[in-house]
Design a protein around this ligand. Sequence first.
Ligand code: IVH
Length: 679
Amino acid sequence: MLSLFDATSDPTAPNPAERAAELRGLIQRHDVLYYQHDQPEISDRAYDALFQELVEIERVHPELRTIDSPTQRVGGEPIKDFATVEHRTPMLSLANSYTREEVLDFDRRVREGLGVDTVGYVCELKYDGVAMSLTYVDGVLVMGATRGDGERGDDVTANVRTIRSIPLSLASSDIRNAVVRGEVYMLEKTFLEINERADEAGEKRYANPRNLTAGTLKQKDSAMAAARKLEFVAYYLETPDRAITTHAESIETLSAMGFVTGRAVQTCASIDDVLTFIDRWDSERDTLPFQIDGIVVKVNAIAHQQELGAVARSPRWAFAYKYEALKATTTLNDITLQVGRTGVVTPVAELQPTLLAGSTISRATLHNEDFVQQLGLCIGDTVIIEKGGDVIPKVSGVDTTRRTEGATPWSMPHHCPCPRNAPLHRPEGEANWYCDDGQCPWQLRRRLEHFAGRDAMDIDGLGERAIDQFITAGLLTSIADIYSLASRRDDIVQLDRWAPKSVDRLLAGIEASKQQPYARVLFSLGIRFVGEGVAKILARAFPSIDQLIAATHDELTAVHEIGSSIADSIIDVAHDPSARELIEQLRAAGLQFTGQAPTIVSRAFEGQTFVVTGELTSMSRKEAHDAIEARGGKAAGSVSKKTTYVVAGASAGSKLAKAQELGVPVIDEEAFRSLLSTS
Ligand code: IVH
């Protein structure tokens, strides 16, 4: 295959060094638009295309790699041990208060300490995450360290670099050296997704976003950290490059340096304004996409802060106002069982629907048998539900004073709730019960849902309802059966709500899924620990499933992002006859189990050079390039007189202008597609 960036063989190819620098600038700009302003200008797909282009340049020209290149976020050497680093300025913690009186007391002490009548404050949300200290030297991020004991923390730079809202180089030209502190945290949505996957894979759930964040920062496998999407909010700046007089000014400066600052930073002229802010966020906190555990109040003037100083690791110029957990009571109508993808059986509370923190709650997991026994739950009880640190509402207690005579004790059933009723077992030393029935339709349902899901094979028309119907009708008894549904057309049309048109759509969706790339297929198989990110890494390191399955533990862990547990899990698959059989069936059905270069379709574009620019809707940039190369054409990165066609997608910019200037023919996506189909 022709290399896109082989400058020696093609005078029209862009200069890789210049293009790499340009791409880095573009990516940084789009990061700021996305994370700081919440206003992306390009789609995720277009962003990925820029990113991939840079990855490719750096792969071909490793000498062009820079320490602050965004590609360096994806994970580096495995971390052996986290070195201890000393904080030049200690990382303090905050004194807590819980009542209005305590807030007013604080204000009184501050005013007395300073000998003034009123003091200006800044209020911020107290993000519930992990404190982080970042060091920048000559504009480049050189260190990320946890708080530790306040004096010394752990060097977690490799993982910190994967956080996309942390600039690898500062956007400011005046401030080049700085210590920036803030909170690393996780969006509730990300947390829920990760826990959902943990559930499906039969792994332990994480207690709350903060624990998961802390665990992620201590990951030895930085590719895992990258896959977990952490966020960063900056709230403290120390720099020799500029004299800063107020905290509000620090926040503005941080923003100019390229950081995301708190979503609700407010300057308050007096303590009354502070109380208003506290009340406002007490009622609005459940509308935030992340968790806060309170409000932080800081004296605004830095001179005042210095005058007040600190006592025993807590500054006298700031405090945290802590909110209470959100609670409600309701009736426990029943306890049912849920069966996960790997056979873990979990009790679930079926609740009288009730409103908690803005959403209606009708179910809550009860985790396992012991949890139910420890609470001593009876069906019919009045239970307390709480939305605390772990985002998911949970049953946190029972009001036994309201127990009625009809309340019935519950014990863990010893058979699977599915119609096959297989016996369950609880391994010694574990809290979970498992269903080992390889034919269990409930497990199958979860596996199928994962396989067909949007992030996996993305099979249009094969949603939860369809899967249920097909299992019941005996049309799906394994994942492989999906690919024989085409021969069961007549049976499908017999089913409720399956008009011939919807069947066509489903079958087309199934057919299209055969083109899903190898990395996605790998993810879809639902191998333990093989999430989307890991699947991509594996597909790159082992370009075919046969190579992957033949790999030894050492070969697997030699891939620097792959840790021992992932390797074990792959080896389990290699030794599992039913997993091997499934792979063979899917291979026979035509799924992609290799990550090959595109096959040659024709030589129709021989001698022609294409430049694809702007955003395409029906294919990615990479797919367009592959399609061009598959027809013997060349896909170039910049427009010159020798360019045959410029393919301009939506919001095409400078390349389109250049084409018009040089009189190079410009075609739109539709014309490009029809050109492809006739070539
Ligand atoms: S200021 C001396 N601001 O809360 C100033 N902290 O116990 C110290 N936190 O360790 C921190 N959001 O992890 C500050 N807007 C915010 C914060 C915040 C969360 C955390 C931070 C700190 C702890 C204080």
